[in-house]
Design a protein around this ligand. Structure first.
Ligand SMILES: Cc1cc2nc3c(=O)[nH]c(=O)nc-3n(C[C@H](O)[C@H](O)[C@H](O)COP(=O)(O)O)c2cc1C
Length: 189
């Protein structure tokens, strides 16, 4: 990078990462907490509610980090119960997402909803993959204790970073930091 001199345009944190935006939704704040851990781990990215996203912000980004909680237990479609539901089914179909780099995170409760842990993250993965996005940041299911999850892909991996603010809130920040390091290794940034 060239040194920033007086009068020169200042590089923003987003520019440093080549235009990576974090998009999430949240009913009780947990997904926002995790979005904040991810943003800090990446050196200060912006994070905003997907319900407020414009077409330009999504199509114009080099890469997207997307995160959802699960509230519609057992649902096949519209699993999140947040603004993601409308965005995935009403907005995404008309967007050009071909080749876009995407990393997914989910927030759920592996004890109370052990058969549906972070199901909505799997829906983000499925629909964004189907739109031609390239998904980065798959993780191991080790260290979690759930029966089933629609966020599991390729046989035995989570489709991204899964956090549990109900039972493992003390692990989320470290998990976010490891995941960002993994995304850097994979060339996401
Ligand atoms: C009625 C209800 C249904 C839920 N269903 C699920 C579920 O199916 N799978 C899951 O992993 N978590 C489920 N949860 C847990 C939430 O996803 C979890 O608390 C999450 O952290 C909420 O995120 P938010 O605060 O960003 O909305 C449910 C919680 C409630 C109260």
């Amino acid at each position: 990078f060239a040194p920033i001199t007086n009068g020169a345009p200042k590089a923003t944190s987003t520019a440093l990462f080549g235009g990576v935006g974090i998009w999430y939704s949240s009913s009780t704040g947990n997904t926002e907490t995790v979005a904040d851990y991810i943003a800090s781990a990446a050196g200060g990215l912006d994070y905003n509610d997907i319900g407020d996203a414009t077409t330009e912000e999504i199509e114009g980004a080099d890469a997207l980090i997307v995160g959802a909680p699960t509230w519609h237990t057992g649902a096949d479609e519209q699993r999140s119960g947040t603004s993601w539901d409308e965005w995935l089914y009403d907005t995404l179909p008309s967007l050009n997402m071909d080749g876009k780099k995407v990393a997914v995170f989910g927030v759920g409760d592996q004890q109370s909803y052990t058969d549906n842990f972070c199901d909505a993250a799997g829906e983000l993965y499925d629909l964004l993959s189907a739109k031609g996005c390239k998904i980065y940041g798959l993780t191991s299911t080790e260290g979690y204790d759930h029966q089933a999850s629609k966020a599991i892909v390729e046989g035995d991996k989570f489709c991204g970073l899964m956090c549990d603010e109900d039972n493992q809130y003390d692990l989320s920040e470290g998990r976010a930091q490891s995941w960002i390091a993994q995304l850097k290794d994979e060339g996401f940034f």
